[in-house]
Design a protein around this ligand. Structure first.
Ligand SMILES: Cc1cc2nc3c(=O)[nH]c(=O)nc-3n(C[C@H](O)[C@H](O)[C@H](O)COP(=O)(O)O)c2cc1C
Length: 351
């Protein structure tokens, strides 16, 4: 039987979760060199930065790595929804002395595109992973053309079956504990979203592909538990967020280290899509799920200046403090050490 390590080209069946906004090539290089699969999140990178980050990975490791993208269909901007959003934020603009007329509108995150696929083709990354479904068939064929393995997140059994039918190599079962954006794409009904313990065995039963467990795995015991439930490997995000290789902001690091990290919720206020973060002022006052936020990713621009002003004052009141439910594994240790500690969980498995 082909193992996940053979598919990924790694020593360990362990993926460092791509985490847009809080890490780049440095973490990917460190994890890949430690035997896991390091990931570069591409969702928020301009083509120029993407190129330099891919070059840095190529210079930093000869090992396999992953590049990750979002696959949403950009919404048609609505002036009415934008106005509703700005009205909801107006008291905060006034509080911070922000002139709302100066705030640009526009997307905060771009989906995988032909331009990005061409750029990627120059580097031929061995693994490419997707969140929110898959890109159009022609782009997927281009990625497969250089031999890349394709991974994608599923948050329900239906999504896992859909991904299998559309030819992915590995399914990532993303449980509700996970930090950051929910990867759902077939249904927006949040009552269908399951915790890792409930989702993983159901997905393992439903598909023939290897299944990677993600969400709430923060230490070696968590890794062993996921493997016992039939996972072929794990994807871990939150536990890496305090490592020196992460670019996690000062307010975000402080929140992760504080008791506040015990309180997370799904919120759509920062981007327009539900994502798990540490509860802060704007989530308490307008949400955590608020009807005023426009569709993903259009909520981003309205809230961005508030985030900037608040962070300049040392406050995370308006920041997306993404975190999974299990921040107990966050350590201020090099990513390679975190990888080695998690890898202990594979050794305790019965043969
Ligand atoms: C800060 C942060 C940013 C994230 N950004 C992305 C991303 O860009 N792409 C993606 O596929 N998943 C992203 N995720 C979700 C992870 O892939 C993964 O599902 C999650 O980290 C696993 O749960 P854990 O955080 O409890 O380990 C992000 C998670 C976090 C914590």
């Amino acid at each position: 039987m082909t193992t996940l390590q053979q598919i990924l080209g790694t020593d360990l069946p362990l993926i460092q979760a791509p985490m847009a906004g809080i890490q780049g090539s440095a973490m990917a290089v460190a994890v890949s060199n430690a035997g896991g699969l390091g990931s570069l999140p591409g969702a928020m990178l301009s083509p120029d930065v993407m190129r330099s980050e891919l070059a840095a990975i190529r210079a930093g490791t000869g090992k396999a790595y992953n590049v990750n993208f979002f696959c949403h269909i950009p919404p048609v901007p609505s002036t009415e929804r934008e106005a509703t959003w700005r009205a909801a934020l107006a008291p905060y603009y006034a509080e911070f002395g922000i002139d709302a007329a100066t705030i640009p509108t526009g997307p905060g995150r771009n989906p995988f595109s032909a331009e990005v696929a061409d750029l990627l083709a120059e580097f031929r990354p061995p693994v490419v992973s997707f969140h929110f479904g898959l890109p159009p068939e022609s782009l997927l064929a281009q990625v497969r053309g250089w031999g890349a393995k394709v991974l994608a997140s599923a948050t329900t059994v239906d999504e896992a079956l859909w991904l299998e039918a559309h030819g992915v190599d590995v399914v990532i079962a993303q449980g509700l504990e996970a930090g950051g954006h929910r990867g759902h794409f077939l249904s927006h009904d949040l009552t269908a979203q399951l915790g890792t313990f409930a989702l993983l065995p159901q997905v393992v039963r439903a598909v023939r592909l290897p299944v990677i467990a993600a969400g709430g795995i923060a230490d070696a015991n968590g890794v062993a538990a996921a493997m016992a439930l039939g996972a072929a490997g794990v994807q871990v995000g939150t536990a890496y967020m305090l490592s020196p290789e992460a670019t996690t902001s000062a307010v975000h690091r402080a929140a992760l280290k504080s008791n506040a990290a015990r309180h997370t919720a799904l919120t759509n206020l920062f981007t327009g899509r539900p994502a798990r973060g540490i509860v802060n002022r704007v989530m308490r006052e307008l949400g955590p799920i608020g009807s005023a936020a426009p569709e993903f990713p259009l909520a981003t621009s309205g809230i961005a200046p508030l985030r900037a002003k608040a962070e300049a004052q040392g406050s995370g009141d308006f920041s997306p403090l993404w975190s999974g439910q299990n921040a107990s594994g966050c350590r201020e240790l090099p990513a390679a050490e975190i990888t080695r500690a998690l890898a202990q969980g594979f050794q305790s498995l019965p043969a």
